[in-house]
Design a protein around this ligand. Structure first.
Ligand code: 13P
Length: 347
């Protein structure tokens, strides 16, 4: 006997409401889902040992920042963090949801090399995903994240890497929706390289077209998902860098071609841009009115870097570090309306 898995109308409605709340006007997502090897790299920059207690303390500091909910709609957590609690015993997911911030969870299991390519990667983690999502929902998560990585090079990306990554992003998304979690679909086009803006535009369009083709094939409910792409920029070592206005124009041009209006929001990753440049670019994009989707942020480094530098692993710096995080969230909140000015930055 075969069983049909059909997401019912109540779940579809909840998915759409959650997706809309994730990209509520003036707000964006804090990506605090660094895996243990990645958070170790971040802690290394401030000479802090990556122990479980230091990671817990750091995340508690982020989540208990006063007023965070004014500019942050959701937080992406790592498996370990979703199971952790504040020092007073309250689980982090409850601390967040009590503030009106939606807890989310990174569910991919990192990258592996694709055979028969020049070292291109595909994301792992589909095995057992359905069961893991059931547990994550019990623990309070209402959305999930899966990051695919596309690199631009002489013969990259290959058709093969785009096909595999688009397929697994869509598989993940369909499984998430069947378990009542909104999928954040993240095809990250790496900024590393000397490629031009024009080349990035072509790769971005090709990637997004492949991703939406697969999402449609696998019947993903577009109203109940969030796209998390890179901005369209020249490579970080391309000699021809361009003004923020041009990044905004190119990005919007490509998204208009490839992202259906049914998608509630596009929440950009920062991808190695400095904190302020990530804000400036988002602001430039939001100066365009009458777009079909919300243009928001889902930043990791661009929200946390200044905060980490202020904290330095010292308990005494907690208040200062929280102020710094709040400040970056506020600047990006202003950029959601195209109303970020140097006066706000320098406040
Ligand atoms: P960055 O903003 O640091 O690129 O991180 C966002 C993210 O969640 C990557 O998966």
């Amino acid at each position: 006997m075969t069983t049909t898995i059909q997401v019912n109308d109540t779940i579809l409605k909840e998915l759409e409401e959650t997706a809309r709340a994730m990209v509520a006007p003036g707000k964006g997502i804090l990506a605090a889902d660094e895996s243990n090897p990645t958070i170790k790299k971040r802690f290394d920059t401030i000479n802090v040992e990556s122990t479980e207690e230091n990671r817990r303390f750091y995340r508690e500091m982020l989540f208990t920042t006063h007023g965070l909910e004014d500019h942050i709609s959701g937080v992406i957590l790592f498996d370990e963090t979703l199971r952790q609690s504040a020092v007073n015993g309250t689980p982090f997911s409850k601390i967040l949801s009590d503030k009106g911030i939606i807890p989310g969870i990174k569910v991919d299991k990192g990258l592996t090399t694709i055979p028969n390519t020049l070292g291109e990667k595909v994301t792992q983690g589909l095995d057992g995903l359905s069961e893991r999502l059931e547990e994550y929902r019990e623990l309070g998560a209402r959305f999930a994240k899966w990051r695919a990585v596309i690199q631009i090079g002489n013969h990259q990306p290959s058709q093969l890497s785009l096909a595999l990554n688009a397929h697994s992003l869509a598989r993940y998304a369909a499984i998430c929706q069947s378990k009542g979690l909104v999928p954040i679909i993240e095809p990250e086009i790496l900024i590393n390289g000397n490629h031009t803006l024009d080349r990035c535009e072509r790769v971005a369009q090709w990637t997004l077209d492949r991703v939406f083709e697969e999402l449609t094939l696998q019947r993903v409910f577009l109203e109940g998902m969030i796209l998390k792409p890179s901005m369209v920029t020249p490579g970080d070592i391309c000699p021809e860098q361009v003004a923020p206005k041009i990044v905004a124009q190119s990005s919007i041009k490509i998204f208009k071609r490839s992202v259906p209006a049914a998608v509630p929001g596009i929440a950009f990753l920062s991808g190695g841009q400095s904190s302020t440049l990530a804000t400036i670019h988002l602001n430039a994009m939001n100066k365009n009115k009458h777009l079909p989707w919300e243009l928001s942020f889902s930043y990791g480094r661009a929200l946390q870097e200044d905060c980490l530098a202020a904290w330095k692993g010292e308990k005494a710096n907690k208040g200062l570090a929280q102020k710094v995080l709040f400040h970056r969230a506020k600047c990006n909140g202003a950029a959601r309306f195209g109303k970020y000015f140097s006066e706000i930055e320098n406040q």
